[in-house]
Design a protein around this ligand. Sequence first.
Ligand SMILES: [Mn+2]
Length: 342
Amino acid sequence: MFQDKELSALKNLLTSTGNVILTSHHNPDGDAVGSLLAMYHYLKNKGLNVAAVLPNEFPEFYSWMPGADEILIYEKQSKAVKEVFEKGGVVFSLDYNAFHRVGQMTDLLKNFKGKYVMIDHHPEPENGYDLYFSNIDSSSTGEIVYNIIKGLGDKELINQDIAVALYVAVMTDTGSFSYSCNNPETYRVTADLIEKGVDASKVHKLVYDNYSVDRLRLMGFALSERMIVWPELHSAVIYLTKEDLTRFNYKPGDTEGLVNYPLSIAEVNVSVLITEKERKIRLSFRSKGDFAVNELVKKYFDGGGHKNAAGGYSYVNMQQTLKNVKSVLEKYKKDLDFKIEY
Ligand SMILES: [Mn+2]
């Protein structure tokens, strides 16, 4: 997948550096945590001095993953993280394509005195990196990490811990192999990971059958009380206010996957999850077929992402945000009127 030139540049970078810092994006998902931990174990086993850093806490249902307790969380351990960055060396951006995606860690990353490597599958990677492993056709960053390790001739170094981390990355970023899953290569990688000792059904249970009572009730409430369907726009939104989240003792990750549920309605082609945060409103878009939500989000909601999954922000109140979302979708009314057929 990647050229020898890039791989040998990476090899040189790794042999010449004394310090590696692995990072992933704000509000880390399974691909962020999985690709981070896979690289962490791999480089540590290679004898490198490596730190794994996340801007804020990952969801509790990833805490069972081997090495998860060794990840430094900037929000809680800013001093330790700053010390790691002061050492210089190489910083890796896993599963994100622009500096600002690390939220509160952005300045730290920008002022870093060392080399930058991006490993990611989002479109339009930002300039400023020394080395790119960017492929938008990969199911996940985890799949790219697998190909890098293999490309470096270290396939036999993929042990069970690395394989499990990579499997979590692929599984979560494909919605358990239900989207971004048309490339046979993804299954070759997955088959290999299972051969390395991944118990696929157990991993699925650990990630998905790990709800708190509050989380499941929040989901029920969201679907029955907070979902609006606009049949003429083939769209549905779920909106959750701060009060709603507090009522169900919201914890990070509690709304993960919720945005996909309205898409299970036959006529719905776009689903939007709108959640009220401290000083802004977060929007998460999902779509079916060829309707590209990343373009819409980039144009109107200060964000971006993949064709069928993108996220952005709104800086007005919830009622106004709902109105804005509806009027933006109205602009796409014609494009939204389609049916998935065999
Ligand atoms: Mn990803």
